[in-house]
Ligand binder design. Structure first.
Ligand code: URA
Length: 237
Protein backbone atom coordinates (compact mmCIF):
# COMPACT_ATOMS: atom_id res chain seq x y z
CA UNK A 1 0.00 0.00 0.00
CA UNK A 2 1.30 3.46 -0.93
CA UNK A 3 0.15 7.03 -0.21
CA UNK A 4 -2.09 8.36 -2.96
CA UNK A 5 -0.04 11.53 -3.56
CA UNK A 6 3.13 9.41 -3.94
CA UNK A 7 1.42 7.02 -6.36
CA UNK A 8 0.10 9.89 -8.46
CA UNK A 9 3.53 11.56 -8.61
CA UNK A 10 4.97 8.20 -9.72
CA UNK A 11 3.11 8.71 -13.03
CA UNK A 12 5.63 11.43 -13.96
CA UNK A 13 2.71 13.72 -14.83
CA UNK A 14 2.62 15.65 -11.53
CA UNK A 15 4.98 16.73 -8.79
CA UNK A 16 4.14 15.53 -5.29
CA UNK A 17 2.67 18.95 -4.40
CA UNK A 18 0.63 19.12 -7.63
CA UNK A 19 -0.68 15.65 -6.79
CA UNK A 20 -1.69 16.84 -3.30
CA UNK A 21 -3.50 19.88 -4.78
CA UNK A 22 -5.40 17.71 -7.28
CA UNK A 23 -6.49 15.32 -4.52
CA UNK A 24 -7.63 18.12 -2.21
CA UNK A 25 -9.55 19.64 -5.15
CA UNK A 26 -11.41 16.28 -5.37
CA UNK A 27 -10.28 15.74 -8.97
CA UNK A 28 -8.77 12.30 -8.26
CA UNK A 29 -10.66 9.01 -7.96
CA UNK A 30 -9.43 5.65 -6.71
CA UNK A 31 -11.36 2.61 -7.90
CA UNK A 32 -14.26 4.89 -8.87
CA UNK A 33 -14.41 6.73 -5.49
CA UNK A 34 -13.44 10.39 -5.28
CA UNK A 35 -10.47 10.83 -2.93
CA UNK A 36 -9.80 13.90 -0.80
CA UNK A 37 -6.81 12.95 1.40
CA UNK A 38 -3.28 12.86 -0.07
CA UNK A 39 -2.22 10.46 2.70
CA UNK A 40 -4.88 7.87 1.76
CA UNK A 41 -3.22 4.45 1.37
CA UNK A 42 -3.91 2.67 -1.94
CA UNK A 43 -2.97 -0.64 -3.48
CA UNK A 44 -0.24 -0.13 -6.09
CA UNK A 45 -2.63 -1.68 -8.64
CA UNK A 46 -5.52 0.70 -7.81
CA UNK A 47 -7.31 2.30 -10.75
CA UNK A 48 -6.51 6.00 -10.42
CA UNK A 49 -8.14 8.68 -12.51
CA UNK A 50 -7.70 12.44 -12.70
CA UNK A 51 -10.74 14.34 -14.00
CA UNK A 52 -12.06 10.92 -15.08
CA UNK A 53 -8.99 10.09 -17.19
CA UNK A 54 -6.99 6.97 -16.20
CA UNK A 55 -3.43 7.64 -15.05
CA UNK A 56 -0.67 5.01 -15.15
CA UNK A 57 0.91 5.06 -11.68
CA UNK A 58 2.84 1.78 -11.94
CA UNK A 59 6.19 1.73 -10.11
CA UNK A 60 7.97 0.06 -13.03
CA UNK A 61 7.44 1.00 -16.68
CA UNK A 62 8.68 -0.70 -19.87
CA UNK A 63 8.95 0.88 -23.31
CA UNK A 64 10.18 -0.19 -26.73
CA UNK A 65 11.95 2.40 -28.85
CA UNK A 66 12.98 2.29 -32.51
CA UNK A 67 16.39 3.88 -32.01
CA UNK A 68 17.47 6.07 -34.92
CA UNK A 69 21.09 6.31 -36.03
CA UNK A 70 23.11 9.17 -34.52
CA UNK A 71 21.63 8.97 -31.02
CA UNK A 72 23.49 7.65 -27.96
CA UNK A 73 22.15 4.77 -25.83
CA UNK A 74 22.66 6.76 -22.63
CA UNK A 75 20.58 8.78 -20.20
CA UNK A 76 22.45 12.03 -20.65
CA UNK A 77 25.46 13.45 -22.43
CA UNK A 78 27.09 16.88 -22.42
CA UNK A 79 27.15 17.38 -26.18
CA UNK A 80 25.26 14.62 -27.97
CA UNK A 81 21.59 13.68 -28.02
CA UNK A 82 20.54 10.53 -26.20
CA UNK A 83 17.60 8.17 -26.46
CA UNK A 84 16.05 9.90 -23.42
CA UNK A 85 15.84 13.13 -25.46
CA UNK A 86 13.35 11.34 -27.75
CA UNK A 87 10.82 11.07 -24.90
CA UNK A 88 8.34 13.70 -23.67
CA UNK A 89 9.08 15.45 -20.35
CA UNK A 90 6.63 13.38 -18.27
CA UNK A 91 8.36 10.14 -19.32
CA UNK A 92 11.84 11.59 -18.76
CA UNK A 93 10.81 12.08 -15.12
CA UNK A 94 10.29 8.32 -14.62
CA UNK A 95 13.98 7.49 -14.22
CA UNK A 96 14.05 5.37 -17.37
CA UNK A 97 17.34 4.06 -18.75
CA UNK A 98 18.24 1.98 -21.81
CA UNK A 99 18.48 -1.79 -21.29
CA UNK A 100 21.99 -2.41 -22.64
CA UNK A 101 23.42 -0.37 -25.47
CA UNK A 102 23.20 -0.07 -29.20
CA UNK A 103 26.09 1.67 -30.92
CA UNK A 104 25.47 5.24 -32.07
CA UNK A 105 25.11 4.09 -35.69
CA UNK A 106 23.04 0.98 -34.87
CA UNK A 107 19.27 1.32 -35.26
CA UNK A 108 16.26 -0.58 -34.00
CA UNK A 109 14.91 -2.22 -30.88
CA UNK A 110 15.96 -0.66 -27.59
CA UNK A 111 14.10 -1.31 -24.34
CA UNK A 112 13.77 1.50 -21.82
CA UNK A 113 12.76 0.83 -18.23
CA UNK A 114 13.18 1.97 -14.63
CA UNK A 115 13.27 -1.67 -13.41
CA UNK A 116 16.90 -2.60 -12.70
CA UNK A 117 16.18 -6.27 -12.01
CA UNK A 118 14.34 -6.62 -15.34
CA UNK A 119 17.21 -4.92 -17.18
CA UNK A 120 19.72 -7.27 -15.58
CA UNK A 121 17.76 -10.33 -16.70
CA UNK A 122 17.57 -9.05 -20.29
CA UNK A 123 21.27 -8.24 -20.49
CA UNK A 124 22.97 -11.02 -18.51
CA UNK A 125 24.04 -13.99 -20.67
CA UNK A 126 23.00 -16.18 -17.70
CA UNK A 127 19.35 -15.70 -18.70
CA UNK A 128 20.07 -16.47 -22.37
CA UNK A 129 17.79 -13.80 -23.86
CA UNK A 130 18.48 -13.90 -27.60
CA UNK A 131 18.89 -10.63 -29.47
CA UNK A 132 18.23 -10.71 -33.22
CA UNK A 133 19.95 -8.34 -35.64
CA UNK A 134 19.75 -7.70 -39.36
CA UNK A 135 23.08 -6.73 -40.88
CA UNK A 136 24.44 -5.55 -44.20
CA UNK A 137 28.00 -6.68 -44.78
CA UNK A 138 30.74 -5.66 -47.19
CA UNK A 139 30.99 -9.25 -48.49
CA UNK A 140 28.45 -12.07 -48.76
CA UNK A 141 28.23 -14.50 -45.82
CA UNK A 142 28.23 -18.24 -46.50
CA UNK A 143 28.13 -21.73 -44.95
CA UNK A 144 31.66 -21.53 -43.50
CA UNK A 145 30.66 -18.35 -41.60
CA UNK A 146 27.51 -20.07 -40.34
CA UNK A 147 29.68 -22.88 -38.95
CA UNK A 148 32.15 -20.47 -37.35
CA UNK A 149 29.33 -18.60 -35.58
CA UNK A 150 27.76 -21.90 -34.40
CA UNK A 151 31.06 -23.13 -32.95
CA UNK A 152 31.68 -19.91 -30.99
CA UNK A 153 34.00 -17.34 -32.51
CA UNK A 154 37.26 -16.00 -31.16
CA UNK A 155 37.50 -12.25 -31.85
CA UNK A 156 40.64 -10.47 -33.06
CA UNK A 157 41.68 -9.60 -29.48
CA UNK A 158 41.25 -13.22 -28.29
CA UNK A 159 37.78 -12.73 -26.73
CA UNK A 160 35.75 -15.95 -26.88
CA UNK A 161 32.09 -15.66 -27.91
CA UNK A 162 29.25 -18.00 -27.03
CA UNK A 163 27.83 -20.01 -29.94
CA UNK A 164 25.61 -17.79 -32.10
CA UNK A 165 23.45 -18.09 -35.20
CA UNK A 166 24.25 -16.55 -38.57
CA UNK A 167 21.63 -16.81 -41.31
CA UNK A 168 22.72 -15.54 -44.74
CA UNK A 169 19.74 -13.84 -46.39
CA UNK A 170 21.23 -13.48 -49.86
CA UNK A 171 23.44 -10.72 -51.23
CA UNK A 172 24.94 -8.55 -48.53
CA UNK A 173 22.20 -9.25 -45.96
CA UNK A 174 22.25 -11.62 -43.01
CA UNK A 175 20.51 -12.23 -39.71
CA UNK A 176 22.55 -12.69 -36.53
CA UNK A 177 21.26 -14.09 -33.22
CA UNK A 178 23.36 -13.65 -30.07
CA UNK A 179 22.68 -14.19 -26.37
CA UNK A 180 25.38 -11.92 -24.96
CA UNK A 181 26.22 -8.27 -25.45
CA UNK A 182 29.93 -7.66 -25.54
CA UNK A 183 31.22 -4.31 -26.82
CA UNK A 184 30.52 -4.03 -30.60
CA UNK A 185 29.79 -7.74 -30.47
CA UNK A 186 28.00 -8.35 -33.76
CA UNK A 187 30.27 -6.04 -35.74
CA UNK A 188 33.36 -7.71 -34.28
CA UNK A 189 31.97 -11.20 -34.97
CA UNK A 190 31.30 -10.31 -38.60
CA UNK A 191 34.74 -8.72 -38.87
CA UNK A 192 36.27 -11.93 -37.42
CA UNK A 193 34.94 -13.92 -40.40
CA UNK A 194 36.11 -11.25 -42.87
CA UNK A 195 32.62 -9.77 -43.52
CA UNK A 196 32.78 -6.20 -42.14
CA UNK A 197 29.41 -4.86 -41.04
CA UNK A 198 28.15 -1.79 -42.89
CA UNK A 199 24.73 -1.47 -41.25
CA UNK A 200 23.17 -3.03 -38.18
CA UNK A 201 19.62 -3.05 -36.91
CA UNK A 202 18.19 -4.92 -33.90
CA UNK A 203 14.74 -6.29 -34.65
CA UNK A 204 13.90 -8.68 -31.82
CA UNK A 205 14.63 -9.30 -28.12
CA UNK A 206 13.69 -12.79 -26.94
CA UNK A 207 10.50 -13.58 -28.86
CA UNK A 208 9.37 -9.94 -28.86
CA UNK A 209 9.66 -8.15 -32.20
CA UNK A 210 10.08 -4.44 -32.59
CA UNK A 211 6.65 -3.08 -33.51
CA UNK A 212 6.80 -2.40 -37.28
CA UNK A 213 4.30 0.44 -36.78
CA UNK A 214 7.00 2.46 -35.01
CA UNK A 215 9.06 4.85 -37.06
CA UNK A 216 12.70 5.77 -36.24
CA UNK A 217 12.60 7.65 -32.94
CA UNK A 218 9.12 6.29 -32.17
CA UNK A 219 8.33 4.47 -28.94
CA UNK A 220 5.46 2.84 -27.11
CA UNK A 221 4.79 1.23 -23.76
CA UNK A 222 4.98 -2.58 -23.68
CA UNK A 223 1.76 -4.49 -23.15
CA UNK A 224 1.88 -6.80 -20.13
CA UNK A 225 2.15 -10.04 -22.16
CA UNK A 226 5.07 -8.59 -24.14
CA UNK A 227 7.46 -8.57 -21.16
CA UNK A 228 6.72 -12.31 -20.92
CA UNK A 229 7.69 -12.77 -24.59
CA UNK A 230 11.14 -11.43 -23.82
CA UNK A 231 11.83 -14.30 -21.42
CA UNK A 232 9.57 -16.94 -23.01
CA UNK A 233 10.93 -20.36 -24.03
CA UNK A 234 10.24 -19.69 -27.73
CA UNK A 235 13.22 -17.29 -27.77
CA UNK A 236 15.86 -20.07 -27.65
CA UNK A 237 17.92 -20.76 -30.74
N1 URA B 1 26.57 -5.47 -31.71
C1 URA B 1 27.24 -4.42 -32.24
O1 URA B 1 28.30 -4.58 -32.79
N2 URA B 1 26.69 -3.21 -32.12
C2 URA B 1 25.49 -2.98 -31.53
O2 URA B 1 25.04 -1.84 -31.48
C3 URA B 1 24.81 -4.08 -31.01
C4 URA B 1 25.38 -5.33 -31.11
Amino acid sequence: MTRLDKLLAQSGLYSRSEARDLIRARRVSVGGEIASKPEQKCADSAEIRVDGEPVNCARFRYFMLDKPAGVLSATDDKSQSTVLDLLPAELRRLGLFPVGRLDKDTTGFLLLTNDGEFAHRVISPRYGVVKTYLARTAAQTGPEDVRAFAEGLTLADGTRCLPAVLEPLGGSRCRVLVSEGKYHQVKRMLAAVGKPCLELRRVKIGALELDPALHPGGFRELRQFETGLIFGSSQCF
